[in-house]
Design a protein around this ligand. Structure first.
Ligand code: SF4
Length: 572
């Protein structure tokens, strides 16, 4: 049998988002400063510091999508002179005006004051796609080896110790046979592996399960669906930030929307970002975040921003919303976990880029200390968690540690809980701390129970007009998603029989609704109990991981497809 090639590095970083790139940049900066000092002093104690970063997208930034209003705190720490650097940092616009809207079906009203967590003065509207591309250039210039188009297939372990990453094989057909283009994935051996895979990373998920790293509460996620529009000039000022609550979500569903003025592109296009986040702990088995975004755009207050415009791009991603009590143990023998993979997001502010960058820096400082000591075991990597506990990252997350859990009692109590916490150092209802939570999928009700007393499920199709509202396939087209068609399905359903039996009867196949990219379809099939069976259109997948998170039976396992496949996010 052919042996896999092994390449040896000091540090292997999995993922080219803000957390992984911040780790790479800061680590190389620390090593360079150390080596300069060592050469000057003649100590001769330089560090080689071979750092490699792998990214599943064909190029850095192609899978990066976020809200995104960026708190510059993270970038200020990572690259203090970013405002004057060349090439220029790709920030779209500084926030100059913000407000919050309460939406009803046909209108809404402006809140008299903007809730403090939603104040954004001094922050920047950014395209994470452009920001990560820019950071990737800096990392490369500092000597980081960047391998785009190389997804990690599995972590290499010796017992509990992580010793490297096995890359995905390529050139295998959908039946599992080798094609002419077959290539065995190599192994990147590392003294330290930094997991920066983003939300619900497939290798991180496995590691958390295997080593029982889960926090006090299980992680609870949300899904963000987003469009970027070109609109007539003057219709949405660059740097305007509007957050919405209420319609189209019901009072038992966590979430809210946004409209951000992104400003003008070099080609003179005036861009606007519009999107919606829905908590993946909802009850309605027919809930469809893509459809909810289309409904939100029909509200006259939102439609006014988009009138006469054109939808250019679409994307979706999950985000870890559970907060501090849902964060897994983020270190161990030979590894640390950073960014979204480690649950670093402030769901009260709908922000995570600054936390991701800062966690990358703390991981880099830990990696640097490990390299100097030549020690990479759990006792050494614990320094990462200790650094975080004494950093503003922890301070910020501490203030909102009970936020998301409060919404499990409904929107009104959730908002009251969040408001209460503002004045009592993040404490929840009646000074309660550590509000508990359970995994988001377990909140989903069966069709019979959710619709009891409400009549039949209201699944009437939205009359998408192709101008303001779009069907899922049109949206997927706008995400630039492409995969090699002839490859094994990367959505592994471990108990497919459930789909055409129990799931039909209990939940009505919610995968058809929660997937924002029309990947799951129930098609007619004679001889099955209900005359239907599951069809998976894997090539539509935008890598949001919602199916892996929200499937009520937890039988969908998202694994990395062949390298380079997936969305191609531009301006997102
Ligand atoms: Fe998201 Fe899963 Fe649909 Fe892919 S198949 S777009 S990961 S829900």
């Amino acid at each position: 049998m052919t042996e896999r090639d092994v390449m040896e590095f000091d540090v292997v970083i999995v993922g080219g988002g803000p957390a992984g790139l911040a780790t790479a940049i800061h680590l190389k900066t620390l090593i360079a400063a150390h080596n300069t000092a060592a050469e000057k002093s003649g100590s001769g104690q330089t560090i080689a510091g071979e750092v490699v970063l792998i990214e599943k997208a064909a190029e850095i930034g192609a899978h990066s999508i976020s809200g995104a209003v960026m708190d510059p705190k993270g970038l200020d720490a990572l690259l203090p002179d970013w405002r004057t650097m060349e090439p220029k940092a790709p920030v779209e616009a500084e926030v100059h005006h913000d407000y919050a809207l309460w939406l009803t079906e046909n209108g809404g009203f402006k809140f008299p004051i903007t809730p403090p967590p939603l104040k954004n003065h001094g922050n920047f509207v950014v395209s994470l796609n452009k920001m990560t591309k820019w950071l990737g250039g800096i990392a490369e210039a500092k000597g980081v080896q960047i391998f785009p188009g190389f997804p990690g297939a599995k972590l290499m372990r010796e017992g509990n110790r992580v010793v490297g990453v096995q890359l995905q094989d390529s050139g295998i057909d959908k039946h599992g046979a080798e094609k002419g283009s077959f290539q065995l994935g190599g192994i990147l051996a590392g003294k330290l592996v930094v997991l920066a895979e983003g939300s619900r990373g497939s290798m991180t998920k496995q590691l958390i399960q295997d080593l029982k790293l889960e926090g006090k509460n299980p992680q609870v996620y949300g899904i963000g669906v987003k469009e970027v529009w070109e609109v007539p000039k003057g219709q949405c000022a660059p740097g305007l930030v509007v957050h919405t609550m209420g319609y189209p979500l019901d009072s038992h569903t966590f979430g809210g929307g946004w409209v951000y003025g992104m400003g003008e592109t070099e080609g003179g296009k005036n861009l606007v970002s519009v999107g919606l986040v829905v908590g993946l702990d909802y009850q309605d088995p027919t809930l469809d975040a893509h459809r909810q975004l289309q409904r939100m755009k029909l509200n006259p207050k939102i439609a006014a921003f988009l009138r006469g415009g054109k939808m250019l791009h679409y994307g979706a991603k999950s985000l870890p919303e559970g907060g501090l009590y849902s964060m897994p143990r983020n270190y161990g023998d030979g590894f640390v976990i950073v960014g979204d993979s480690a649950g670093l997001m402030n769901s009260m502010r709908l922000k995570g880029i600054h936390l991701a960058m800062r966690s990358g820096m703390l991981a880099a400082e830990t990696a640097f200390a490990c390299l100097k000591k030549g020690q990479f075991d759990q006792a050494a990597t614990k320094e990462y968690a200790d650094r975080m506990a004494n950093d503003w990252v922890h301070e910020e997350l501490w203030q909102c540690r009970n936020f998301h859990q409060g919404f499990h009692k409904g929107r009104l109590l959730g908002l009251l809980n969040g408001g209460f916490a503002q004045f009592f150092k993040g404490k929840g209802f009646l000074f309660a701390d550590n509000l508990t939570s359970k995994a988001g999928h377990s909140f989903m009700k069966t069709v019979g129970s959710y619709w009891k007393g409400k009549g039949k499920p209201k699944l009437t199709k939205l009359a998408e007009d192709g101008t303001l509202t779009f069907d899922k396939l049109t949206s997927v087209y706008s995400s630039g998603t492409l995969h090699e068609e002839d490859q094994p399905c990367h959505l592994v359903v471990t108990q497919p029989d459930l789909c055409s039996t129990r799931c039909v009867e209990e939940f009505g196949n919610p995968c058809q609704h929660f997937c924002p990219a029309a990947v799951y379809e129930m098609e007619e099939k004679a001889g099955t109990r209900h005359g239907i069976e599951l069809k998976i259109n894997a090539s539509n997948c935008v890598h949001c991981k919602t199916c892996d998170i929200m499937d009520p039976y937890q039988v969908i396992n998202w694994v990395t497809p062949e390298g380079g496949g997936g969305p191609n996010y531009t301006n997102l």
